[in-house]
Design a binder for this molecule. Structure first.
Ligand code: ADP
Length: 252
């Protein structure tokens, strides 16, 4: 990239074009570096579960027939690492395909109904209580499946990083409507807060990995929010809890 850049000192129109060209090259360069970083992070993250699967498969090959206790342990480990890899590839595919490939079908939605449906599905999947409260009626026009995905990512984070019931509040005021997801969990340190939306960023690598996270959830949030025209805000206090707010134009 460096070799492509032009030497422009003059102040005429041609030099201005040269400077625009240089800015384009800089953009290409930074995109290229981001892509490289993304591919390297993704490969690294996929390698970890693969290594576990490979070693357990080896163990099974050598000792599986004579050690039934090892057999159960290995199959469990292979199964859960395979699920982890599937979840990660699904998130990667969503991120890689982003926007251009998402089907958008905006429809009229009652946010209280949407939150209640999501809370029920969430309870079934994880046995975690989610309380839904409507401060005021809240209606929007939005793609249901993408908005549900946003809600699910925040619910999932609240589940992973807190133990108490999660509270979802919906409401509207003037031109805007919102869904707020609040947990009373470990919270996010102030310095990390601006970085958690970056791909693969995790506050505490080990702890987050243990919780089942890849550091991709919130970067998907950013993409989805952009695509459906939602505002997303994350407030958090370490040791106190985290509140995520999804804001959308009110439909009534
Ligand atoms: P992950 O899959 O690791 O949870 P995310 O992109 O969703 O990835 O979040 C990035 C990081 O932000 C997480 O690893 C975690 O450290 C922090 N984080 C996100 N949500 C919460 C929350 N509700 N409470 C505490 N920490 C959170």
């Amino acid at each position: 990239f460096k070799r492509l850049k032009l030497n422009v000192d003059a102040k005429d129109e041609l030099a201005e074009m040269g400077r625009t060209f240089n800015r384009m090259i800089e953009l290409l360069e930074s995109n290229f570096e981001k892509q490289e970083q993304f591919a390297s992070n993704a490969s690294h993250e996929l390698k970890t579960p693969l290594t576990v699967i490979e070693s357990y498969a080896n163990l099974l090959k050598r000792k599986g027939l004579e050690r039934p206790d090892l057999f159960a342990e290995s199959v469990d480990a292979i199964h859960s690492e395979a699920i982890r890899m599937r979840e990660m590839t699904e998130q990667l595919l969503l991120l890689a395909g982003s926007r251009n490939h998402w089907n958008m079908n905006p429809e009229a939605l009652n946010l209280e109904n949407l939150a209640t449906e999501a809370a029920d599905a969430f309870h079934k999947a994880y046995r975690r209580d989610v309380h839904v409260e409507a401060e005021t009626p809240a209606h929007v026009v939005c793609d249901k499946s993408l908005l549900r995905q946003l809600l699910f990512i925040f619910l999932d984070n609240a589940r992973k990083y807190s133990v108490e019931p999660i509270v979802v509040t919906v409401g509207s005021s003037g031109a805007s409507a919102w869904i707020r997801i609040a947990d009373r969990g470990i919270g996010i340190p102030k310095d990390d807060l601006p970085k958690v939306f970056d791909r693969f960023y995790r506050v505490d690598q080990a702890r987050s990995r243990q919780a089942g996270g890849f550091g991709l959830g919130l970067s998907l949030v950013k993409e989805i929010a952009d695509a459906i025209g939602a505002d997303v805000e994350l407030d958090s206090l370490e040791g106190v809890g985290t509140t995520a707010t999804i804001g959308l134009p009110s439909a009534r």
